[in-house]
Structure formats: structure tokens, C-alpha cells
Design a protein around this ligand. Structure first.
Ligand SMILES: CC(C)(COP(=O)(O)OP(=O)(O)OC[C@H]1O[C@@H](n2cnc3c(N)ncnc32)[C@H](O)[C@@H]1OP(=O)(O)O)[C@@H](O)C(=O)NCCC(=O)NCCS
Length: 413
């Protein structure tokens, strides 16, 4: 395929067409406020568009950030908005523009890419693998077994987005935690919240925001949904939980993606009894699992250079198939990671092109290998459902070698 109608976004010229796409996708209403948020959004990050008659009909937007891998930090490209208008669906535009965004991410030094998916399968075609189950919980705040009292918090508004962004960057991080660098990334989350509430504490240096919750108030008695939050210490976490509890005289339920580093159920009084008595209702105590985000390795070498696993180390051949190449069509430059490598995993890990006849061989798509590397599932699990295979001894050795905490992004995008 040649002469694909792709070019970088020209904000002034294209923004009306982009707003129309978002209206057609049902992402915004045809209102000035919504149009303004979209216009501001496309002033950040990088966007390429596909055109018909030189009018933008499909766009892929991404932002720079970072992702934590154990105690190390890797450069991240976050794919933040993929949309196609009603008149240009199924032209392969979205898929190819996403592939091109990945190539740009690699070329600008990103090690890993991540995104929130509309469904599984589409982004698999450019090498993404699905993350682990995240837990969505709805609970009665008055049933929280937290004995501390919260101090009166300060109100937060969307105008505080720079403080909120800094608090997100400084939050306590765990394996897989992601940051998006443009402060506007958070500004959009805040501006997009209907009936928002924001409550926080300014205990950081120079009275900066240290811990907070932000979300949406549904109606008088809830559910209140927490969509963004951060804290730096366990005491601050408990102050936020105490704050949530303090609203429990009025608010019957709060919902949130679980914090990830602990089980919220541990802090709920009689969770099974409450589950029975609230079943089927609007304020039902719920625990739902959903694996909604995906990621892939872009730079194998730098990802493995930052991988430190307890010994003894293992060495194996890795044959990677990366579907990206087939989607990139005529674009010159980086084409993905298909190829043969020799990998070392251990306290010091690494990778080099080639193969060694004496070593066992792991065959995997980049999708599956990325999941293995991040610790989404062990090798023996992926060998059942994903494109990953190798002799039994190697799979068992990989299961033993790669024991990582379950990764959580901790930032919704
Ligand atoms: C998702 C969206 C961007 C796809 O746009 P598009 O331009 O039609 O996509 P492409 O033409 O590049 O790819 C379409 C192909 O992907 C396939 N596909 C779509 N969803 C898929 C899935 N879950 N699994 C596997 N394949 C899938 C289609 O069947 C089609 O294949 P075909 O060409 O062989 O028929 C478009 O539907 C859209 O804008 N939706 C609303 C906004 C949205 O949800 N965006 C995604 C946010 S994460």
C-alpha cells in the first residue's frame, strides 16, 4: 500500500474536524465547553491524522510518561486517544496510525507503550498484551474499619490541576505505576468529571498537595466514584480512608478501582453479610474484576537492562514475532521487534541478537512476552492462552525466575 493519507495534526486547520469525530464517537456533546476541552487536549502530546479529501477523519494521540518496573523507571509512550469518524471506519486508518505512533514512541526513546482499550483484540494487532485483572469495588463507607479521624480537608477544583498533577507524580508508587508528564493530562480528567468533588491535604513542601481524592458525585446518597487519588505515606492513605468514612452518615456507597497495593476488603466490616443484604441494589457491595489496559515492550534492550530478578539466572533463546511490521506498511525506520535473541534473566539481565544451539528456546509474540516480562501472568499461564511456547523445563524455570508483584498503572487514561 502506498501514499497513505497521513500527516501530523495541524491544530488550527484540523481541530474542527477532530471535534466532529469526537462528537460522532459519542465522546463529547456538541457544546462549546466540550469542544474547548478537546481543543486543549490536542495541544498536548503528539497526534497524526488520516485524511479524506485533506480533512482529518481519524486521529491517534499519545503522550510521554514513565512506568515503574520494580525499583527502576522506564520511559513510556501512552496512547491516549484513538478515534475514527463515521465516514472512514474500516480503512485500516486507526490501526496503522497506532502502529506509526508506536514507531515514533520508540524513535523518541520510549521503552514501553500502554493504553486503555475499548476492547481486546484491536491493539493486539500492533503487539499489545492485556494487563492483569484490576478490581473495581463499591462499598459502604460507614463499614470501613478505620479508627483514625481525618482533619478537615481543603476543596479541590479543576483549577488546581497543576497541584493534582504534582501530587500524582510524587505519589507512593508500586510495580507498574505510570505517570503522564503533561500536567494537562490530569486537567482533562478533572474537567471531564461531571458533578465533581475534590478533597485533599496540603502537607507537602511549600504547602503543596500531598494526598487527595477526586471523583464524581452521582446523587444525594451516592454512589460517589473516586477516579483520581494519590498519597505518599500509609498515614496519608488512612487519613483519606477516614475522610471517606466521615462522609458515610450521608453517602451510602463509594466506588473506585482498588488501590492495588492492599485489599480493601480487609478493612470492611462483615463484607459477606453486607454483600447479601445489598445484593441487586444501587448501593450493592460489589467486587468486579476487569483487565482493561494493555502494554507492550518497545525497547527490549533497555527493558531487560532494568530487569533485576533473584538468582539463579537463566539463559535462553527468544524468538519474537511482532505483528507491528505488517501494519506499518511503507513507513521507513523502526519496524518492531521480530527476531531471534539470546536473553539472560537474573540479578543482571540482558539481551543480544542471535541464537545459541545449546540453549532452550522460547517462542512468543511480543504481546505475550511483554506480559511475561511485566509479571501479568507466569509463563505457564501464558502458555495456555497466549502465543508463548517452549519446552517444559524452560517454562518451569521462567515461572520460578519471574516472580513479580501484580502490576497496576494507578493512573487511568
Ligand atoms: C476503534 C476505532 C478507532 C476503530 O477504527 P477503524 O478506523 O475502523 O479501525 P481500522 O480500520 O484501523 O481497523 C478495523 C479492523 O479492526 C478490527 N477490529 C475491531 N475491533 C476488534 C477487536 N476487538 N478485535 C479484533 N479486531 C478488531 C475490525 O474488525 C477491522 O478489521 P477488518 O478491516 O479486517 O474488517 C473506531 O471504531 C472508533 O473510533 N470507535 C469509537 C472510539 C473508540 O472507542 N476508540 C478507541 C479508544 S481505546
Amino acid at each position: 500500500m502506498t501514499n497513505r493519507p497521513f500527516r501530523p495534526l495541524n491544530h488550527e486547520r484540523d481541530i474542527k474536524a477532530i471535534q466532529r469525530i469526537w462528537i460522532e464517537c459519542g465522546w463529547i456533546d456538541d457544546e462549546d465547553d466540550d469542544r474547548k476541552i478537546v481543543s486543549d487536549f490536542f495541544k498536548t502530546g503528539e497526534t497524526e491524522v488520516a485524511t479524506i479529501d485533506d480533512v482529518a477523519e481519524c486521529s491517534v494521540h499519545w503522550m510521554p510518561g514513565q512506568i515503574q518496573y520494580q525499583q527502576e523507571t522506564l520511559a513510556l509512550g501512552a496512547v491516549t486517544a484513538v478515534t475514527t469518524s463515521h465516514v472512514s471506519r474500516k480503512q485500516g486508518f486507526a490501526q496503522e496510525l497506532t502502529a506509526r505512533a508506536l514507531a515514533r514512541q520508540f524513535e523518541s526513546g520510549k521503552d514501553v507503550s500502554a493504553l486503555g482499550m475499548f476492547d481486546q483484540g484491536f491493539y493486539n494487532k500492533v503487539g499489545f498484551g492485556t494487563g492483569p485483572y484490576e478490581t473495581f469495588i463499591q462499598f459502604d463507607p460507614s463499614s470501613l474499619m478505620v479508627n483514625t479521624r481525618a482533619r478537615p480537608p481543603k476543596r479541590l477544583t479543576e483549577g488546581d490541576y497543576k497541584q493534582v498533577h504534582r501530587a500524582m507524580l510524587n505519589r507512593k508508587k508500586f510495580h507498574g505505576a505510570v505517570d503522564l508528564f503533561p500536567p494537562e493530562a490530569i486537567s482533562f480528567d478533572l474537567r471531564w468529571t461531571e458533578k465533581p468533588f475534590g478533597l485533599g491535604y496540603f502537607d507537602g513542601p511549600n504547602n503543596s498537595l500531598s494526598h487527595f481524592i477526586w471523583g464524581e458525585m452521582k446523587d444525594e446518597y451516592g454512589p460517589y466514584e473516586i477516579t483520581v487519588r494519590a498519597y505518599q505515606t500509609t498515614d496519608q492513605l488512612f487519613e483519606l480512608l477516614a475522610l471517606i468514612k466521615s462522609l458515610g452518615d450521608q453517602i451510602t456507597s463509594f466506588s473506585t478501582l482498588e488501590f492495588g497495593e492492599f485489599q480493601l476488603q480487609d478493612l470492611l466490616k462483615q463484607p459477606f453479610r453486607t454483600r447479601r443484604s445489598t445484593r441487586g441494589g444501587k448501593h450493592e457491595q460489589l467486587l468486579q474484576s476487569v483487565a482493561y489496559w494493555q502494554m507492550r515492550i518497545l525497547n527490549l534492550e533497555s527493558c531487560l537492562a532494568k530487569t533485576h530478578l533473584p538468582g539463579p539466572g537463566i539463559r535462553f533463546n527468544l524468538e519474537i514475532v511482532d505483528p507491528l511490521e505488517a501494519v506499518l506498511n511503507e513507513r521507513s525506520g523502526w519496524k518492531g521487534l521480530s527476531g531471534a535473541y539470546v536473553v539472560d534473566l537474573g540479578p543482571e539481565s540482558g539481551v543480544r541478537p542471535g541464537s545459541d544451539k545449546k540453549l532452550p528456546t522460547l517462542r512468543a509474540s511480543i504481546n505475550a512476552f511483554s506480559r511475561l516480562w511485566l509479571g501479568v501472568r507466569p509463563a505457564s499461564n501464558l502458555a495456555i492462552t497466549d502465543n508463548l511456547s517452549g519446552e517444559e523445563g524452560l517454562i518451569t524455570a521462567l515461572d520460578k525466575a519471574i516472580c513479580l508483584p501484580r502490576p497496576h498503572l494507578g493512573w487511568d487514561f
